[in-house]
Write a protein that binds this ligand. Structure first.
Ligand SMILES: O=C(O)CCC(=O)C(=O)O
Ligand SMILES: [Fe+2]
Length: 209
């Protein structure tokens, strides 16, 4: 399987066959547990423990993407993935590279994430930015390529239950000092806005009040 990965970046869909489906279903169940536990720590840190925020991820959708970045003779001239923030609630990334291929924008500078064996990189997506009323921000990130080395990453995009509205948690906007900064919308409305977004404008800005 490894040798056949020859595209700059490709997406392996969950329904590529029974064999992959079984592995990916087990994997996504593990990631569901990880996501719920990270989200309950987030709600604990926010002082809104037991809110519907973390619970909504029990029933949510979990999409897995396998990224492959082959070596590139001129790495400074290409990007593996262009700068973006994820539209998920939270994204869990397992990095199989041995160089910092994933980079986050911090204070205007790209900072590489050093892969640690067995570690999961947890990345906040737009939905958690909205649900936490902007306390947790969805960071811009990108992937770069290496002149000599291939890199693989397995990325799980974790979404809350489609029956839950996407909007700032009531518990965070309960006083005059804590104004609601983002719109509240149904799950369907969130995705409608995402798929109809203007590509030259910031999606998260379009969700601000
Ligand atoms: O492969 C990576 O390091 C980044 C992947 C990523 O950001 C994505 O798939 O959304
Ligand atoms: Fe991403």
């Amino acid at each position: 399987m490894h040798n056949k990965m020859s595209f700059v970046n490709f997406t392996l869909l969950v329904n590529t066959g029974a064999f992959f489906r079984e592995i990916l279903e087990k994997y996504s169940e593990d990631m569901r547990e990880e996501a719920i536990s990270i989200l309950s720590f987030i709600t604990l840190a926010l002082g809104i423990e037991d809110s519907k925020l973390s619970e909504s991820f029990h029933e949510g959708q979990y999409d897995i993407r396998l990224n492959c970045y082959p070596p590139c003779p001129e790495p400074e001239r290409v990007l593996g993935i262009v700068p973006h923030a994820d539209n998920s609630g939270i994204t869990l990334l397992v990095d199989f590279g041995d160089f910092p291929g994933l980079q986050f924008l911090k204070d205007g500078k790209w900072v590489g994430v050093e892969p640690i064996e067995g570690a999961i990189v947890a990345n906040i997506g737009h939905i958690i930015e909205v649900m936490t009323n902007g306390i947790y921000k969805a960071p811009e990130h990108r992937a770069i390529v290496n002149k000599l080395k291939e890199r693989l990453s397995v990325v799980t995009f974790c979404y809350p239950s489609p029956s839950i509205d996407i909007g700032p948690s009531d518990k965070l906007i309960n006083s005059d000092r804590n104004l609601q900064l983002y719109k509240s919308m149904t799950n369907a409305e969130y995705f409608r806005r995402f798929f109809n977004r203007k590509l030259d404008e910031s999606f998260i800005d379009s969700l601000r009040l």
